[in-house]
Ligand binder design. Structure first.
Ligand SMILES: Nc1ncnc2c1ncn2[C@@H]1O[C@H](COP(=O)(O)OP(=O)(O)OP(=O)(O)O)[C@@H](O)[C@H]1O
Ligand SMILES: [Mg+2]
Length: 384
């Protein structure tokens, strides 16, 4: 039997399939657009291809992404198309247009100086939910004198998928921008309410010291300077902990122990606390990727809490197992806390850790001993 993938129609469909998968994989808008243009040129064997993005009124081209023309040649062309001639026809009518020679069309306005010669033409609009997202323009069919009805069909199919890909990429970029804006606002607020207030308080203390010195009260001034120094050190500690908190979680590849090691190294550098990691032999093998994600987040939050709240000098992270369970334990030697007496309304950390433990069918225990330290322990059943 003949190999079905060698049939010319099937090959085109397979090429379209591959193209659609490729363009849906990009999340950046610029990458998506450029990949769509290249794909279109390849699918229809065309020498040049372009994607025109209309301006807000849909009359002119705001963006024009091309393939087939070298950058040097593109620079020599006196201006980009604005959407007056044939391109404008597709742009404003919103209908596909196929021409054997675009130069002989009555609407053709000719080419600007230094433009490469172009004859056969295929233009297809990209529409999504009744909105025009752009147009695909192909020129100079390489393997024939003009584009075929089959080429048109293929590019129309591609355009439908391109519409989805462009919309996704736009939404994705909008969400990214939004989260950056929110994050900035949050950082601004945190700095204002936290660090700036603390430094302001230190400033007031120093004003007072000045007055004391003026009155000749050197001992009083020295005491107060100590207070100011303590406050400044506390602020530095807070900023370090805050930076630690801002870092996005990174658990690359499947390297859980590597990720924990990096997390602890960063913690040490930022808090100047001693930090040890102990992983019992044979435990890592029992942990799959999904579980290691959860454990990493719990370790990260527990360490961040130790940095922010514990005033400890040492923390220890342990991963251990017994016959039925695996446990992640994070212990510090700081001031400890009584969970029942703690205002938990504002923090999300402990609650998130509990939710994460539940997702593993496990349980989380938090044991704070005042003046002695805190131990956070997440245990979950072995499934080996
Ligand atoms: N290791 C610790 N040492 C001392 N106190 C702690 C420790 N961990 C948590 N706490 C206390 O428990 C409270 C609740 O912690 P939680 O992680 O839920 O919130 P948060 O850290 O204040 O805020 P968020 O985690 O949302 O940034 C903390 O505000 C702190 O008072
Ligand atoms: Mg927390």
């Amino acid at each position: 039997m003949q190999d079905p993938t060698q049939d010319p129609t099937n090959r085109k469909l397979l090429a379209l399939d591959a193209a659609v998968l490729a363009i849906s994989g990009d999340l950046s808008l610029a990458d998506t657009l450029s990949r769509i243009v290249k794909t279109a040129a390849h699918l229809a064997d065309s020498q040049y291809a372009a994607l025109g993005v209309p301006n807000d009124t849909g009359e002119f081209l705001a963006e024009f992404i091309t393939t087939g023309i070298s950058e040097a040649d593109a620079v020599r062309i006196s201006h980009r198309p604005r959407g007056h001639g044939i391109l404008g026809l597709v742009l404003r009518d919103g209908l596909a247009l196929r021409l054997r020679d675009l130069r002989s069309h009555p609407q053709s306005v000719g080419f600007p100086p230094n433009h490469p010669p172009m004859s056969s033409f295929l233009g297809v609009p990209i529409v999504r939910k009744n909105r025009r997202l752009g147009d695909l323009y192909l020129t100079n069919k390489l393997t024939a004198d003009e584009f075929s009805a089959e080429d048109q069909l293929l590019i129309e199919l591609l355009a439908a998928h391109a519409g989805v890909a462009i919309e996704n990429a736009r939404l994705y970029e909008a969400v990214q921008t939004l989260s950056v804006v929110e994050e900035r606002q949050r950082i601004g607020m945190d700095l204002h309410d936290g660090v700036i207030q603390s430094i302001y308080a230190v400033g007031l203390t120093l004003e007072y010291v000045k007055a004391q010195l003026g009155d000749g009260d050197v001992t009083g001034a020295a005491d107060r300077l100590d207070t100011a120094l303590d406050a400044l050190n506390g602020t530095i500690r807070d900023i370090r902990a805050y930076i630690l908190d801002l870092r996005p979680p990174r658990l690359e590849n499947d390297d859980f122990s590597g990720a924990l090691t990096r997390l602890l190294a960063e913690f040490k550098a930022n808090t100047l606390m001693q930090a040890d990691l102990r992983i019992e032999a044979g435990t890592l093998e029992l942990i799959n990727r999904g579980v290691s994600q959860v454990l990493f987040h719990v370790a990260q939050e527990a360490l961040s809490n130790a940095a922010k709240h514990s005033r400890a000098s040492r923390v220890e992270v342990r991963l251990v197992k017994d016959a039925t369970e695996i446990s992640l334990v994070i212990r510090d030697n700081g001031r400890g806390f009584v969970i029942e007496d703690t205002e938990l309304r504002f923090g999300h950390g402990l609650r998130n850790m509990r939710d994460r433990a539940a997702a593993l069918a496990g349980h989380l225990s938090i044991e704070g001993r005042l003046g002695k330290g805190t131990e956070v322990k997440l245990s979950f059943p072995r499934t080996d």
